[in-house]
Design a protein around this ligand. Structure first.
Ligand code: SAM
Length: 262
């Protein structure tokens, strides 16, 4: 991409620096955050089969092969969008079109929309793979699943919730404050595992008192995707923080606190 191309596509500094643009960018960031928030709340209900109108185990009857294909396509769409848009090279390319202050909010918005599409179009596969039967075991599994979601939420706040979901960037832009470059952090839970957010998702997806074939497909594919996501994320983190992150990998396990390699 030449300098001229860059100038043709990017938003002019006068517009980007204007008060009205900053305010619109801020409102956009808030809107993207609200869409994310509704999506993550819906995700809890969808996976756990609680409250929401359409869950992982409800929807139109679909032949199994068709259901598998549609569900795999929906998960692949999310995985590709989520991984590709998070890479540094992609960010460098698309911030020619999307102003930098709203880049993260736009990523969050697209990720939320592809998840909402998944919830909407997901085909149930009702064959029961396991059923806890015993009420105490069922309650334990539901509690564990909730604990997984709590782990996800608390970890986002521990690492930096508002930066992860783009609000920090649009707020700084609004008040004319520079966004600081990313810093390597290992607060609280990050001293025990490198990926507490992903660990929370895995627990939340697998701890099901009644595991249907559809839910199992979702849990298995998302877990596989999490491992791919971790590999990509750690590659970027090593690029960004070098030896500091390499030593962290040596010291702290990926997902299971008592086993260093995993
Ligand atoms: C969705 S968060 C997931 C964080 C972590 N993988 C987890 O599961 O808790 C992804 C963002 O966190 C950043 N990140 C992950 N670990 C980090 C660390 N130790 N210090 C600073 N940023 C980190 C990544 O660069 C990425 O932008």
């Amino acid at each position: 991409m030449t300098q001229i191309d860059h100038q043709v596509h990017s938003i002019s500094p006068e517009i980007a620096g204007s008060r009205i643009f900053k305010f619109i960018a801020f409102l956009y960031g808030i809107a993207a955050y609200l869409v994310f928030f509704v999506t993550i709340l819906y995700a809890i209900g969808f996976v756990m089969g609680l409250v929401v109108p359409k869950t992982i185990d409800t929807g139109a009857d679909t032949p199994t092969a068709e259901a598998v294909i549609i569900n795999l396509l929906l998960m692949t769409l999310f995985a590709v969008q989520h991984s590709v848009m998070a890479r540094q090279r992609f960010k460098a390319w698309w911030t020619q079109f999307v102003p930098k202050p709203v880049e993260r909010s736009t990523y969050v918005l697209f990720a939320s929309l592809s998840l909402l599409l998944l919830f909407w179009q997901w085909r149930p596969m009702p064959t029961v793979v396991w059923d806890a039967g015993d009420p105490d075991l069922a309650v334990t599994l539901v509690t564990l699943s909730f604990a997984g979601w709590v782990l996800v939420f608390t970890s986002t706040f521990i690492i930096n919730h508002f930066e992860l979901f783009g609000l920090h960037q649009v707020t700084n832009h609004l008040v004319g404050k520079q966004v600081e470059p990313p810093r390597f952090k290992t607060p609280l839970l990050y001293k025990f595992v490198r990926h507490p957010i992903y660990l929370g998702f895995i627990i939340a997806f697998w701890a099901a008192p009644t595991m249907t074939a559809g839910h199992l497909l979702f849990a298995a594919v998302t877990t596989a995707y999490i491992f791919v996501g971790i590999a990509l994320e750690e590659h970027d983190l090593v690029d960004l923080f070098g030896d500091e992150y390499r030593q962290y990998k040596q010291r702290v396990s990926m997902l299971i606190p008592w086993r260093r390699s995993v």
